[in-house]
Design a protein around this ligand. Structure first.
Ligand code: URA
Length: 419
């Protein structure tokens, strides 16, 4: 078998065998297939697709490309959560401490930013000292000690997905059902939970543009879950405008901290409660979703959810004084308000455009080697449906370059559709 035959087969829209998929995954992880060959194959998959069997084979090959965690010591109801990605999506940082504060173990492996969407790992790393790179033993022992750990994909868990994920990001091959389904499910299988809640975002700022596509992706992941013996629940959530107000790494962490302290933007609150109520049900801690939502709100009001977040940050080396006083977070050099030029109601704030603008300011990557700037981004001051008067502040731009700031100011006025 050789990689050139596999690339040409997919280039010619033929079905790949299990052996060919396993060969590609194994040899790519081992460094025997170059990035340009892997890019060619991924692009061919992106263009010509994969059927159900190929998608399952790719998922399992990636899931078993490294270690597979055994979380059975935490019982049979370990619940995980994953989102297909969005703009301003800081849900994991809020939701998982709430869930852990209810005594449900959380062992979460998250990703970095992908395309124009942000990543939980990049966001958490904006907390000074917070370590996202833990070995398996420390990860598990943190969950044993305090009930929660959130880390990056740095251990030997689904290393094939890590490599392919970074490659897809750098060659513009992200928004594709077989690639997304296999990426997410391989990580979920490798990280050991037996119940999984998936947030499938749909809309302008999501990889799935229509409900039909989102449903297809949901079906695919549920089907893979069945084969891997995992119970999967999918929630489809809207991602037309950014979620919450902040877009950018430390800016989103600050919004997440404020949420846990009780300041909850409505759209973000709905998504957190929707996903959380399903996680609690899957964990066997309550069948009534409305009651589950109420219990989550109580954990915020009592301060237990915020304390759990602090405990986790401390356990992973983060400086918790930043959580008590968010003004300590380093700020970008320039922070400017963009002022409305006309009166009306906000009709649209395209989440993808905002995500791309945040990336342009430095909040995301355009190549896999690039570093992100945690301080830059956009804070919306108005959301869809809000009334705007001339001279009202639409958004704040946080930038570290005057030139980029100017471009962003102009762009914000185009992105906000006010009528
Ligand atoms: N999240 C992932 O982990 N993988 C994808 O492909 C998309 C979102």
């Amino acid at each position: 078998m050789n990689i050139l035959e596999i690339i040409s087969k997919k280039r010619d829209a033929k079905e790949l065998s299990k052996e060919e998929i396993e060969y590609f995954v194994k040899e790519y992880v081992a460094g025997n297939i170059t990035d340009y060959q892997a890019s060619a194959l991924i692009m061919a998959i992106y263009i010509n697709g994969m059927n159900s069997q190929e998608t399952t084979d790719l998922t399992l090959a990636m899931a078993y490309s490294g270690d597979v965690l055994d979380l059975s010591r935490f019982g049979t109801n370990v619940v995980d959560k994953h989102s297909t990605g969005g703009v301003g999506d800081k849900v994991s940082i809020i939701l998982l401490p709430i869930i852990a504060s209810m005594g449900i173990p959380v062992a979460k492996m998250s990703g970095r930013g992908l395309g124009f969407t942000g990543g939980t790992v990049d966001k958490l790393e904006s907390i000074p000292g917070y370590r996202t790179k833990l070995e398996v033993d420390e990860f598990i022992s943190n969950v044993e000690k305090i009930g929660i750990s959130m880390i990056g994909q740095t251990m030997n868990l689904a290393p094939a997905d890590k490599k392919i994920y970074e490659l897809r990001d750098a060659i513009s091959c992200v928004d594709n059902i077989p690639l997304i389904a296999s990426s997410i499910m391989s990580k979920k299988i490798a990280s050991g939970a037996n119940k999984i809640v998936l947030d499938i975002t749909v809309g302008k700022g999501a990889f799935m543009q229509t409900r039909e596509e989102a449903n297809k992706l949901a079906e695919k992941m549920i089907e893979i879950g069945k084969i891997a013996n995992k119970e999967v629940e999918c929630v489809i959530t809207s991602m037309d405008q950014p979620l919450g107000f902040a877009v950018g790494n430390s800016l989103e962490v600050i919004e997440a901290i404020n949420f846990l302290k009780g300041d909850m933007p409505e759209d973000l609150k709905q998504v957190v409660l929707e996903l959380g109520s399903k996680m609690i049900k899957l964990a066997g801690k309550g069948d009534n979703l409305e009651e589950n939502k109420q219990k989550m709100l109580e954990k915020i009001q009592s301060g237990e959810a915020f304390n759990k977040f602090k405990e986790m940050v401390k356990q992973q080396g983060g400086d918790i004084s930043y959580l008590d006083d968010t003004t300590k977070f380093e700020k970008s050099q320039y922070i400017t308000a963009v002022v409305a030029e006309n009166t009306g109601v906000v009709q649209e704030i395209d989440a993808k455009e905002i995500g791309q603008l945040a990336c342009y300011l430095g909040a995301g990557r355009t190549s896999k080697e690039e570093n992100i700037d945690p301080t830059v981004g956009i804070i919306l001051n108005k959301k869809v449906g809000d009334t705007v008067e001339e001279q009202d502040f639409l958004a704040y731009i946080c930038a570290n370059s005057q030139e980029k700031l100017k471009v962003a100011e102009k762009r914000i006025l185009e992105i906000f559709v006010i009528k």
